[in-house]
Design a binder for this molecule. Structure first.
Ligand SMILES: Cc1cc2nc3c(=O)[nH]c(=O)nc-3n(C[C@H](O)[C@H](O)[C@H](O)COP(=O)(O)OP(=O)(O)OC[C@H]3O[C@@H](n4cnc5c(N)ncnc54)[C@H](O)[C@@H]3O)c2cc1C
Length: 394
């Protein structure tokens, strides 16, 4: 393996693979001069997991061997990044040190179940579920099918998360499941956030839906402890500091998350722990040979694959300009899309920019939940993900 590459990409997730494919199609000279560093055996279509958890998609269809999604013409180092030195322009991965001219950081976001006392050891038993770990998503639907009475409690942390509205997707589809099966079950939603959704156009409808469906919901309530064997969840009121215990038959946890801890002493992170890049050009605020996109970046938008779809083509143009010794001139406006299933078969498609202004792609009113949007997410999105976005063709 070479010791030096024109471009090194850290992470072979949505952002890393799509960026590599796009760079190769824009500049053929980069063939065999791009290295992707990624330790996993599989690549995951994570937006499918809430659908698996509600029985609408098969788990196996949400992953492929990493070797099958690696672009032809890149080199793959199957190791975990251990250190980055942006001054020497080198990366330590496993026991190797590799050098770069340019670096794209696409390491994603880290899940922090350990921030909730008792959570990690409770997962996958006693009704404690999560849709954020591949091996546990089937347990969500298995558990739902066995709940007969009591509370289904859905949680969302105060921290930034990926798949921003996946908790609400589970909440609404499970509410419908419970009503269809005439179960004596209450749906309870506890969110650490201080708002239902940051864009008024969509939050109005979501709040109305929560009220109409009779869902017991409260904001600024952070899950701090899981007592799995007693089937109790403990929430901290972020306003008063009081603790509240809620009994559950089923608990669906979206864990707190944070930026890539492996970069902590690299000088690449901002004070909140995200890779510090310009919100428009995606070039690093200190090191002009470094770019970042996706969940690991400081870009102040929802952390979604749909945001990567908008960011990646702009980042690639800017990176090519930098490789040509020019200043990056292309600008990302923060556009992202959040699909929110309000029941099986209906979905709100929120699309907006950095200013939280709706930026919708269709002529329909996307704050109304529509059958068409649901079908798009369930049937079209996986195809577009594997065969367009990942291939860099957006
Ligand atoms: C439950 C759920 C529901 C979601 N729903 C939606 C949705 O409906 N719509 C939508 O658009 N998005 C959704 N998302 C979010 C979407 O999947 C992410 O925003 C997207 O994958 C971000 O791409 P990324 O490349 O930044 O991170 P990832 O795709 O997570 O990739 C990061 C990669 O970095 C690798 N990595 C981590 N640490 C290291 C290391 N030390 N060294 C080397 N490699 C490393 C990882 O193995 C991984 O392959 C959802 C996510 C989840 C989990």
């Amino acid at each position: 393996m070479k010791q030096h590459y024109r471009l090194i990409i850290l992470g072979g997730g949505t952002a890393g693979i799509s960026t590599a494919n796009r760079m190769l199609s824009e500049d053929k000279k980069l063939a065999n001069d791009i290295l992707i560093i990624e330790p996993r055996d599989h690549h995951y279509f994570q937006p499918g997991w809430p659908l698996v958890g509600s029985g609408e998609m098969k788990l196996e269809s949400t992953r492929k061997p990493m070797s099958r999604v690696m672009p032809k013409g890149v080199r793959w180092l199957q190791e975990a990044v251990r250190h980055v030195d942006p001054v020497k322009r080198e990366v330590k991965a496993g026991n190797r040190i590799v050098k770069y001219d340019f670096l794209v950081v696409a390491l994603g976001i880290e899940l922090d179940y350990d921030a909730i006392e008792g959570a990690r050891e409770s997962l996958g038993k006693n009704g404690v579920c999560t849709n954020y770990i591949y091996d546990l998503v089937n347990y969500t639907y298995d558990t739902l099918q066995n709940v007969k009475a009591g509370n289904i409690v859905v949680t969302k942390p105060q921290s930034k998360i990926k798949g921003g509205v996946s908790a609400e997707n589970s909440l609404f589809t499970m509410d419908e499941y419970v009503k269809d099966h005439d179960l004596d079950v209450n749906l309870v939603f506890r969110s650490g956030s201080n708002e239902i959704f940051p864009v008024k156009k969509y939050s109005d409808n979501l709040t109305a839906q929560l009220d109409e469906k009779g869902i017991d919901y409260k904001l600024e309530q952070e899950l701090v402890e899981v007592r799995g064997e007693h089937k109790e969840a403990v929430f901290k009121d972020l306003g008063t500091g009081e603790l509240h215990v809620i009994p559950f038959e089923m608990l669906i946890i979206t864990p707190p998350m944070h930026g890539p801890s492996v970069l902590e002493d690299s000088g690449l992170l901002d004070p909140e722990g995200w890779v510090s890049v310009d919100r428009h050009t995606m070039m690093h605020n200190t090191y002009t040979t470094v770019f970042s996109l996706g969940d690991a970046s400081s870009l102040p938008t929802f952390k979604m694959g749909s945001a990567v779809k908008e960011q990646m083509p702009i980042l690639v143009k800017n990176l090519l300009e930098r490789m040509d010794d020019k200043a990056p001139s292309h600008k990302y406006d923060g556009k992202t899309a959040c699909p929110i299933a309000t029941e099986y078969g209906h979905l709100i498609l929120a699309e907006f920019d950095y200013n939280h202004m709706p930026e919708e792609s269709t002529f329909l009113n996307q704050s109304d939940d529509k059958w068409l949007f649901y079908q798009f997410k369930k049937n079209m999105l996986p195809i577009m993900y594997w065969y367009a976005l990942l291939k860099g063709k957006v």
